[in-house]
Design a protein around this ligand. Structure first.
Ligand SMILES: [Cu+2]
Length: 341
């Protein structure tokens, strides 16, 4: 019933507005003005409005930058992440500068050349020099960005070093499982046909390389300063292994193994003590306290970054960067998957 009343009210409102416009038109016609004709006064008003919009648009942009600047990720926690951040900001500054120049010119010229009595537009169909400049300059800039980007991409996807710690990240709807390669640093074979019961990763019981593999479900531990090579698999649909703090991401594709590697450079404990992180956590907890929720503690995180189904947003796992000693202790407490069975 209330819904019907709302619809009726909306229809009545539209009719009222239409009638008001009609009354306004008739009133101005009585005064001798032709309401449907655009006159030079209108052009001037539009020109000024355009400049007003430009100023408001830029002001809004600058306000957003200052208002949200503390919500960015903390500094990169991986070795290559520092370079990646440099590249990100290089791109960002380029885009910001172009954004200001282009929008200023666009709106300023619309204002400068609003129609005046007896003004005529110049017929100016072509200019080779201009065409050349606005083709070559963006081409060079884009080439630089792409070459730097490809170089960056290669640093995380080229073959990992021999002594990198090999960890499988196994995605399924809707969680992650990690498998450490164990003492031999070689992951045992696996196949989806073997999946069943506790063998959630489909590990091959006949492959000796898999006997020392360690499977963990809730928390991923990695040591600081050591290269970690991730081999990524998926059981069902395409997922994406995303670790924002380490600036890495790779799709998890069913039927094929993808990989990436990185070297963590800041332990979880060190990151928790960074002033930027302390401040961020404090603000998050103020909001959580108001909602009556448990306080949050900073953790590195592995997320799924592909919309892979209804519970996609729950698909995450904490990542703990330990010192070498902490990592050794933790690893010593883990049992090989087949030893548990
Ligand atoms: Cu997913």
């Amino acid at each position: 019933m209330i819904q019907v009343l709302v619809y009726v009210a909306i229809v009545l409102l539209i009719i009222t507005v239409a009638q008001l416009v009609r009354v306004f038109e008739l009133a101005s016609e009585l005064k001798g003005a032709k309401s449907n004709e655009v006159n030079y006064k209108d052009h001037r008003t539009q020109g000024k409005l355009i400049m007003g919009f430009l100023i408001a648009f830029f002001a809004f942009f600058i306000w957003q930058v200052f208002n949200y600047k503390d919500m960015l990720l903390p500094e990169a926690a991986s070795v290559h992440g520092k370079d990646l951040d440099w590249l990100m900001w290089f791109n960002m500054w380029l885009v910001i500068i172009v954004f200001f120049i282009i929008n200023f010119l666009l709106f300023y010229f619309a204002y400068k050349y609003y129609s005046r009595p007896d003004s005529m537009a110049t017929y100016y169909p072509h200019n080779n020099k201009l065409e050349m400049i606005w083709t070559v300059v963006p081409a060079i800039v884009l080439a630089v960005i792409i070459i730097l980007g490809l170089k960056m991409w290669n640093t995380i996807t080229e073959p990992a070093s021999q002594d990198a710690i090999v960890i499988e990240l196994y995605a399924k709807q809707f969680d992650w499982t990690a498998r450490y390669a164990g003492k031999d640093n070689v992951l045992g074979r696996s196949n989806f046909k073997n999946i069943g019961g506790a063998n959630a990763l489909g590990m091959d019981t006949l492959d000796p390389a898999g006997l020392d593999d360690i499977v963990v479900h809730n928390e991923l531990h990695i040591p600081v300063g050591k290269q970690i090579e991730f081999k990524i698999n998926s059981r069902d649909v395409i997922h994406s292994a995303f670790m924002p703090h380490f600036r890495i991401q790779m799709n998890a594709v069913p039927g094929m193994t993808t990989s990436m590697h990185m070297t963590p450079s800041i332990t979880t404990d060190e990151m928790r003590r960074k002033p930027y992180v302390i401040d961020q956590v404090k603000r998050i907890n103020e909001i959580r306290a108001k909602k009556g929720e448990e306080p949050y503690e900073f953790n590195y995180i592995l997320l799924c970054n592909k919309i892979c189904g209804a519970s996609h947003s729950n698909m995450q796992m904490n990542v703990v960067v330990d010192t070498q000693e902490q990592y050794d202790t933790w690893l010593g407490q883990q049992k090989a998957f087949f030893a548990k069975k």
